[in-house]
Design a protein around this ligand. Structure first.
Ligand code: SF4
Ligand code: SF4
Length: 203
């Protein structure tokens, strides 16, 4: 028979004095430690729709899909809590630092459907005035514009976006793009990088 090591004896004595390490959950509520990583929550107001969280999620628990319905483009995020491993990478890599944050919630067991363990967030997208390709989420554009300050006026698309917010720039200039041709007025539109390049070179 092997004698217990000193370290184990110390633990045993400590447990006798302090009581067991385990808690009485689920008979009594359990309060996790301060840095415990539990259920992640999206915070729509602080999320700019950049998709960084979805790209770093090792479990693939965050999915997103871009949709265009009646000329309005949206990006829908879906987080599947049933496959989330609570690693915290989404929070650590969130561009704003507050768009997705882990809580201390750990008791997610349910007898319901897996769909009950999904959460969705939707963000509006900006599309190119000419080719209708998606450029970026509206909130991300705004986030970038706010950080650039006066430098926003060095980028035509950003400047127009910023001026359109309070209605200082027209948003309904008819597209003059015919086939592959761009006309001069196409340059005063919100354009994707490809259309901006072509409009600058060809108009
Ligand atoms: S905590 Fe980890 S697994 Fe869960 S959503 Fe965030 S990155 Fe993905
Ligand atoms: S802002 Fe944060 S939560 Fe929102 S998509 Fe980007 S990384 Fe994800």
């Amino acid at each position: 028979m092997k004698y217990p090591k000193l370290r184990e004896l110390k633990e045993a004595v400590r447990a006798l004095i302090k009581g067991p390490y385990t808690t009485n959950f689920p008979y009594k509520p359990h309060t996790p430690y301060e840095r415990f990583r539990g259920r992640p929550y999206f915070y729509e107001k602080d999320c700019i729709g950049c998709t960084a969280c979805a790209q770093v999620c090792p479990a693939g628990a965050i999915q997103f899909e871009d949709k265009m319905i009646n000329g309005k483009a949206t990006r829908k995020f879906k987080i599947s809590l049933d496959i989330c491993i609570f690693c915290g990478q989404c929070q650590a890599n969130c561009l704003t630092g507050k768009g997705i944050m882990l809580s201390q919630e750990f008791d997610l067991a349910t007898t319901g459907k897996r769909e009950d363990l999904k959460e969705e967030v939707e963000k509006e997208l900006i599309i190119c005035d000419c080719c209708q390709e998606i450029i970026a989420p509206l909130d991300q554009y705004l986030w970038v514009a706010e950080r650039l300050g006066p430098l926003v006026f060095s980028n035509a698309s950003l400047m127009l976006f910023y001026l359109r917010l309070p209605g200082l720039a027209m948003s309904d200039i008819p597209s003059s793009k015919s086939g592959e041709e761009f006309l001069r007025q196409d340059r005063i539109k919100i354009l994707c990088p490809r259309c901006r390049r072509e409009a600058s070179l060809k108009s």
